[in-house]
Design a protein around this ligand. Structure first.
Ligand SMILES: [Zn+2]
Length: 78
């Protein structure tokens, strides 16, 4: 039981210890699903047979990526 849990308790994008569930309350607030599916070469869904968590480092990387893309789009509107 514990082993199975450990295997699922890792970050989906780097394999380190995970902190936040993508479909948990914090993950939904951070729109992790939307950002992962938009920016990363993977698609996550609740039915995945893979870990559905991210570590704080990858979350901040994903946020940086999001901010860069948003600012690029804004800048090029004019
Ligand atoms: Zn990670």
């Amino acid at each position: 039981m514990n082993k199975k849990r450990d295997r699922w308790d890792i970050c989906r994008t780097c394999g380190n210890t995970a902190d936040v569930e993508i479909f948990g309350r914090d993950g939904v607030t951070l729109q992790l699903e939307e950002k992962i599916n938009t920016y990363l070469p993977i698609t996550v869904s609740k039915d995945d047979n893979l870990p559905l968590k991210l570590c704080n480092l990858c979350i901040s990387r994903l946020e940086n990526c999001h901010n860069l893309i948003v600012s690029t789009i804004e800048m090029n509107k004019h």
